[in-house]
Each structure stands twice: as C-alpha cells, then as structure tokens.
Design a protein. Sequence first.
Length: 146
Amino acid sequence: MPTDNYTSIVGNLVDDPELRFTGNGTAVANLRVAVTQRIQQDGTWRDGETSFFKVNVWRGQAENLADSLSKGDRVMVSGRLRQRSWETSEGEKRSVTELEADEVGASLKWATAKVERTSQRGNGDRNQGRERQAERGGDFNDPAPF
C-alpha cells in the first residue's frame, strides 16, 4: 500500500451514512466526518476548530457501514485522498477533496460494539441492494449536493 497519499482520521459522523448504488449495482456509502482539534492552553484542554471531511466507502463495506453506524457515532477512517473537479450548469468551476476509505471502524473509546460477521455478498445480493436503494431513496447518479 503506497504511503504517499494515505491518511487516517478519527471523528464523529455528521449524518447517517447515505447508501446508494451505481448503475451496475455497486454499493457506495457517502458520509461526512467532523474532526475537532483538542488544544491545551494554560494547563486545560479545550476544543479547537472543527474540520468536515467527505468520505466514500465502496461495495460490501458500504452496506455493512450503513447497517452499523449512524449520526454521532465516533469512527476511524483510513484511506486515500482524492480530488475531483466539475463545472456546474451555470459554468462555475467546483472541486472537492474526498477520502476514499479503505477501512472504516467504530471507535471504542466511548462506546461498545458487538461484531457480527457477514457472509460474502455475491451477484445474487444485488437485487437485495436495489430493494434497499428503493427503501432509502436516491441514486448515485444524482447531482452533487454542493
């Protein structure tokens, strides 16, 4: 694994993970993680600035994440930074830097968890994914929300 573009963050989920599916049925979960600096000043600790990171999680891990975590949960995310750019219909140029997650885990610093192994999801499970997509709404091809 190359280390020149690898990063890890620990923070809290801003919203429930949003699970969507590409046109070919590949699951992707989009989430935002708030990371707040802790600053020591005059012997006491206080909160510093908060940064918000957009994270993309793919395939089976995306579905597991959507079934397991929700708004406010503390998570650890490791992966690669990616930047993408586009032009709006009004001709404005936009760009965003996102974290493409290799691993996402619940932090056990202030919580407990019971791990349940899942079976490997195969092509037969794509229909289940499409049913879940219909329940939750949304399509991966929707325009970016910014």
